[in-house]
Design a protein around this ligand. Structure first.
Ligand SMILES: Cc1cc2nc3c(=O)[nH]c(=O)nc-3n(C[C@H](O)[C@H](O)[C@H](O)COP(=O)(O)OP(=O)(O)OC[C@H]3O[C@@H](n4cnc5c(N)ncnc54)[C@H](O)[C@@H]3O)c2cc1C
Length: 453
C-alpha cells in the first residue's frame, strides 16, 4: 500500500483492494483478499470493526432445514476465533431459525481487529465515505471524511460493503431499493435489558406456556447460551386493553450466558424506514428508542423475572434490514432460492428461510427453503462499473431472495468469495467479471468453504 499527500487532500492511499464497511460482508472480503496477497484497506465510519456482527444479534444461516452445515471457511473460522476469546459458544441448532451463534458483541469488535491485524488488513475507523469519482466506467478514487479531514483512496478494485450501497450510489452505479423504491423491511432498535432474573422468567414461562411459541421449555432450559422467546401472547393479552406500547406484536428476547442477568431484544419495528432518507432514519431512531423504553416498562409489569429490569444498552445505530441492492452482472431470484438452484458458478450457499418483515404492518413471511441454493459469483460484480464489487446486504438479488441471503452466516461466506475474486482480479490484471470462477471455488474449498451438500 502506498500513502502520499497531494494538494487537494490531506492524505491519499493507493491499494489493490479498498473495502468500505466492516460488517460480515466487508470483514470477510477484506481478510480473504489480503490472504490472497492483495494490499487491502478497510474503511469504516464507526469507531469499531464489525458492523452488525457486533450488535449482539446472533449469527444465522449456518445450518439448513435438515441440520446440514451450509457455510464453512471464514464464516466458521470467525466463530471459532470468537469461541477462543470466550465471545461465542459455537453453532447451535434452533427449531425456528435452524441455527444460531450467540455472541458477546463487545468482544466481537476486538476479535475483528485482531484478525485484520494478523492478516495484514489495514483499517481506518471514523472514516465516512462521502464521494466517488468515476472515469471510463471505473471508480478511480473514493473520498472519505474523518472529523473534517478529507482523504482519498484509489484502488484497483472497490468493494461496497456498506449495507446501504453507499459507494455504488455515490459512483452512480445502478441500484434498486425495495420494490420500485418503496416496500422496505422495517428497521428495529437493538437493545439490552439488565436486571433480569432468568430463573424467575423460566418459572413464568412454565406457568404461561402460551408464550413459548415454537420453543419448548426444555429447549430453553437446555440452552444456557441462547434462545429466542417471542411473547406473541402477551400482545394478544394487552393489545385489546390498549396497554401494548409498541406498534407491533413482535418482541424477541434472546438470552445468552455472557451476562446472566441480561437479555437482548430487537423488538420495535419501525415500518417504512428508508435508511437513505435522513428524515425517515431519524424518525426511526427516536421512535424505536421510545418504544424500547416503553416496552421495558411493560415487561416489568407483566412478565415474571423482569420486575427489576432496566434498559442497560441501546445499540449505537438502529438496525436497517433493507435498503439499496446494487444491480450486478447476475441477479439471484426468489425462484433460484426456492428451487435450490445450484449452478457451477456458485461461490456460497444460502439456506436460511425467506424471512421478510412486512413494510406495511407487523406481519412476517417466513418460508423455509427445502434445499440450499448457490449464489453465483457475478451477483457480487456491478453491472455498471467494471471495478466495483458488492458484499453483504447490497449484493445483486431480487427483493424476495434478499429475505433469505441477508443473514450474517451467508454474508460471511459470500464475502470470502468476494475477497478472493477481488484479489485474483488484481493478481491477473483483469476486471472482477473476468476472474475464473473455478479458481475462486478451488481456493474457497481449500479454505473449508461449503459449496455443495
Ligand atoms: C433488526 C435486525 C435484526 C436482524 N437479525 C438478524 C439475526 O438475528 N441474525 C442474522 O444473521 N442476521 C440478522 N439480520 C440481518 C443482518 O444483520 C444483516 O443483513 C447483515 O449484518 C448485513 O451485513 P453487512 O456487512 O452488509 O452490513 P453491516 O453489518 O451493517 O455493515 C455495514 C458497515 O458499513 C459501514 N458503513 C455504512 N456506510 C458507510 C460509509 N458511508 N462510510 C464508511 N462506512 C460505512 C457501517 O458502519 C457498517 O459497519 C438482522 C438485521 C436487522 C436490521
Amino acid at each position: 500500500m502506498q500513502e502520499f499527500s497531494d494538494k487537494n487532500a490531506l492524505h491519499c492511499y493507493e491499494v489493490d483492494v479498498a473495502v468500505v464497511g466492516s460488517g460480515s460482508g466487508g470483514l470477510s472480503a477484506a481478510i480473504a483478499a489480503a490472504r490472497q496477497g492483495a494490499s487491502v484497506l478497510l474503511l469504516e465510519k464507526n469507531g469499531y470493526l464489525g458492523g452488525m456482527t457486533a450488535s449482539g444479534l446472533p449469527y444465522l444461516g449456518y445450518l439448513d432445514v435438515k441440520k446440514r452445515p451450509v457455510v464453512g471457511g471464514f464464516a466458521l473460522e470467525f466463530v471459532e476465533e470468537l469461541k477462543k476469546a470466550g465471545a461465542a459458544l459455537g453453532v447451535r441448532y434452533c427449531p425456528k431459525h435452524l441455527s444460531v451463534v450467540a455472541t458477546n458483541p463487545d468482544r466481537v469488535k476486538g476479535v475483528a481487529a485482531e484478525l485484520c491485524a494478523k492478516n495484514g488488513v489495514k483499517y481506518l475507523l471514523h472514516s465516512y465515505l462521502i464521494g466517488a469519482e468515476v472515469e471510463n466506467g471505473k471508480i478511480v478514487r473514493a473520498t472519505f471524511d474523518c472529523a473534517g479531514t478529507r482523504f482519498v483512496v484509489s484502488a484497483k478494485v472497490f468493494i461496497d460493503a456498506t449495507g446501504d450501497g453507499v459507494l455504488a450510489a455515490l459512483a452512480g452505479a445502478k441500484v434498486e431499493k425495495g420494490t420500485a423504491g418503496v416496500d422496505l423491511q422495517p428497521a428495529s432498535v437493538i437493545y439490552t435489558i439488565g436486571g433480569v432474573d432468568k430463573k424467575a422468567f423460566f418459572t413464568f414461562l412454565k406457568e404461561h406456556p402460551e408464550h413459548l411459541s415454537c420453543y419448548s421449555l426444555d429447549y430453553l432450559q437446555s440452552s444456557p447460551d441462547f434462545a429466542f422467546v417471542t411473547l406473541d401472547n402477551l400482545w394478544k393479552q394487552l393489545h385489546p386493553l390498549g396497554k401494548w406500547p409498541m406498534k407491533g406484536i413482535w418482541a424477541m428476547i434472546l438470552m445468552n450466558r455472557f451476562n446472566d442477568s441480561e437479555v437482548a431484544l430487537n423488538g420495535p419495528r419501525i415500518p417504512a424506514t428508508d435508511a437513505t432518507d435522513p428524515e425517515s432514519i431519524t424518525f426511526a431512531e427516536v421512535e424505536g428508542m421510545r418504544q424500547a423504553e416503553a416496552f421495558v416498562e411493560t415487561l416489568r409489569e407483566y412478565v415474571g423475572g423482569f420486575e427489576n429490569a432496566f434498559l442497560s444498552h441501546v445499540n449505537d445505530t438502529i438496525g436497517v434490514r433493507e435498503s439499496r441492492r446494487v444491480v450486478g452482472e447476475k441477479t439471484l431470484t426468489i425462484d433460484d432460492v426456492v428451487t435450490g438452484k445450484m449452478e457451477e458458478d456458485s461461490v456460497a450457499l444460502g439456506s436460511y428461510p425467506v424471512d421478510i418483515h412486512s413494510s406495511k404492518d407487523h406481519t412476517s413471511t417466513f418460508q423455509h427453503v427445502e434445499n440450499p441454493y448457490g449464489i453465483p459469483y457475478l451477483c457480487t460484480v456491478s453491472a455498471s462499473l467494471s471495478n466495483l464489487m458488492m458484499s453483504g446486504r447490497c449484493v445483486s438479488c431480487d427483493r424476495l431472495a434478499f429475505g433469505s441471503i441477508r443473514v450474517m452466516g451467508t454474508c460471511f461466506a459470500l464475502g470470502e468469495a468476494v475477497g478472493v475474486g477481488a484479489a485474483l482480479a488484481v493478481k491477473n490484471g483483469v476486471a472482477p467479471k473476468a476472474v475464473s470462477v473455478s479458481k475462486i471455488r478451488e481456493i474457497l474449498l481449500k479454505n473449508g468453504a461449503i459449496l455443495s451438500v
